[in-house]
Write a protein that binds this ligand. Structure first.
Ligand code: PMP
Ligand code: GLN
Length: 395
């Protein structure tokens, strides 16, 4: 069946690799979800909400108490002031917030610019909006970009720039200098910026997260998207949110109203409890993630991958050419089937994954896993990698 505009999109690489991992009983370091749960207090609050009859539609833009708690936190963390009434919106995950931002603001004739590699939902939303998506390369191995490349993509039609910091898959944290340069271009050429900050709390010293909305003159042209998925280790709850000035908030709430209308009521109450956790919670979160990051990094280096410690997120991008110099898509499947460790080919985060796979030798491993899971991956590598490589070369 011809399914019109969606035809060029395939089943998500995250679903595919998780499925493959399951089939081959591989350790799943592919799809980015923690194999541990967030705090019990959050679960208890949601259960209490269910028992307390908070089970009907929530207000379309989110339970007001949650919007207030989100606004307070944004003020505490970054001195950013948003009015919970008309500048804060709860979405069903950052994915929905991103989607509503892109289709709410852009249409045919507009242009969107995104840094590449990018999260897979960006081009799908851009396609639906009718706008053209252009890209600016983040260049391996340090994932820097050339400001001239960005300038070259800007035209009078540029409506929206998509920024993701800390960045999935690369782990890059955009520096203050980079953000100031991007902000200057947004102001000079009068375009909006959607900033995806879902990994804002997963940042490793000395790196620091800086929302571009804090740059003078940027708050009024920025849609800041984030999520409770990573911050509270509850990816299955899909509670995301966006901060934006009232005129932009109005535009992104309309697609939300006609698709999802409102996010799950009791889970929003659960997240009110999450936002009441003390600052210790975030400190411990980062400490634990630093340990997981160190454990996975040590393992990958020992196995012969070339990689560097990411400044943010829960991903390490590793170059596999010293192990097998084959396209990353083939390597990821081979590693899952033969070695028993699943990862994600980085080419999936490019506008044309098939073309990217020809030269990409990068795969992404997630360390949002208990140390025991990372150790289980180590055991698989030690048991199967050497023999697997030998057989590959003799086939
Ligand atoms: N943006 C990025 C960069 C992500 O990696 C993810 C998911 N891991 C999302 C958005 C989606 O977040 P959510 O689960 O809140 O929809
Ligand atoms: N964001 C997660 C990742 O990058 C996956 C989310 C999803 O499966 N849709 O792995």
């Amino acid at each position: 069946m011809q399914t019109s505009r969606w035809q060029k999109f395939e089943t998500s690489i995250f679903s595919k690799m998780s499925q493959l991992a399951q089939t081959h009983q591989a350790v799943n370091l592919a799809q980015g979800f923690p194999d541990f749960d967030g705090p019990q207090a959050i679960k208890d609050a949601a259960i209490q909400a269910i028992r307390g009859d908070k089970n009907q539609y929530a207000p379309a833009y989110g339970v007001l108490e949650l919007r207030k708690a989100l606004a307070e936190r944004q003020k505490d963390s970054y001195s950013l002031d948003y009015n919970p009434q008309d500048e804060v919106t709860v979405f069903s995950g950052a994915t929905e917030a991103i989607f509503c931002t892109i289709v709410g603001l852009c249409q045919a004739g507009d242009e969107i610019i995104s840094f590449e590699p990018f999260y897979d939902s960006y081009p799908a939303a851009a396609m639906l909006s009718g706008a053209v998506m252009k890209t600016v390369a983040l260049k391996a191995p340090n994932w820097t970009f050339d400001i001239e490349d960005l300038k070259a993509q800007i035209t009078p039609k540029t409506k929206l720039l998509l920024l993701n910091t800390p960045n999935n898959p690369t782990g890059k944290v955009f520096s203050r200098k980079e953000l100031l340069a991007i902000a200057q271009l947004a102001k000079d050429h009068n375009f909006f910026v959607m900033t995806d900050e879902v990994y804002e709390e997963l940042i490793y010293s000395p790196a620091r997260h800086m929302p571009i909305a804090t740059v003078p003159g940027m708050k009024d042209r920025t849609i800041l998207v984030s999520s409770t998925s990573k911050t509270f280790s509850m990816t299955g709850w899909k509670i995301g949110y966006a901060f934006a000035p009232a005129f932009l908030t109005k535009a992104i709430r309309i697609p939300h109203q006609y698709t999802v209308f409102c996010s799950a009521t009791p889970l929003q109450y659960g997240m009110i409890a999450a936002l009441k956790l003390s600052y210790d919670y975030y400190h411990v979160l980062r400490e634990e993630y630093s340990e997981r990051r160190a454990a996975l990094f040590k393992l990958l280096v020992e196995m012969g991958f070339e990689c560097h410690l990411p400044e943010g997120t829960y991903f390490i991008v590793a170059n596999h050419k010293n192990l097998l110099d084959i396209p990353d898509t083939e390597f990821a499947v081979w590693l899952t089937k033969v070695v028993g460790v699943a990862c994600i080919p980085v080419s999936s985060f490019y506008a044309d994954p098939e073309v990217a796979a020809k030269t990409s030798r990068y795969v992404r491993f997630g360390f949002c896993k208990d140390i025991a899971t990372i150790e289980a991956a180590g055991a698989k590598f030690r048991a199967n990698l050497k023999n697997g490589l030998n057989s590959y070369h003799h086939e």
